[in-house]
Design a protein around this ligand. Sequence first.
Ligand code: FES
Ligand code: FES
Length: 213
Amino acid sequence: MSGIAHVRCVQLSSGIRTRHMADSSRLTRRETLIGGTALTAVASPILPSAAQGDASTLPPEDAGIALHVNGKAYELQLDSRVTLLDTLREWLSLFGTKKGCDHGQCGACTVHVDGRRVLSCLMLARQAENKEVTTIEGIAGEDGSLHPVQQAFLDHDALQCGYCTPGQIMSAVACIREGHAGSPADIREYMSGNLCRCGAYAGIVAAIQQAAT
Ligand code: FES
Ligand code: FES
């Protein structure tokens, strides 16, 4: 395991926003599949107006949170209300995990926690403490070789815009591991929580069938 990364986080609470400026227009499909690692980000916090108010309007103090993500340990100071999704994207710069609906309805934010797929927009970072979190950036081989599911998505052209793809792949990896990829009907059922606005479903099912065999 590598050393612990200490991340001093700007408080994320009502009235605070961060802005990420990233040029994703030149990403290749391969880069999309491995988590958009070419992205760069700049955080630009805006101070809360509540900071000027009385104590009852002040957000809670940051708390220490220890996370283990893709084999790396992190110690963060975070508002305890921050979701795992926002922590991954805003503070750990793991932009492969996408925010679609932010309400548990699209599956774009799917990651694995202790090997089980979860919607990271519905999980607090604190709930992932002392657990192993895996994102799309963490499933390729150490030598850069694609995970079989990533390769199958390429082989079957199972994406168009690619926005849903990291969540689809993380869900597909779990679907296969759970033993729910035995037939197209099973795959459709157990992947039904992952929506694709581009309608790439035929390719997605074919890719999962390939990876499962
Ligand atoms: Fe989490 Fe849509 S962003 S389910
Ligand atoms: Fe565009 Fe799925 S490939 S939303």
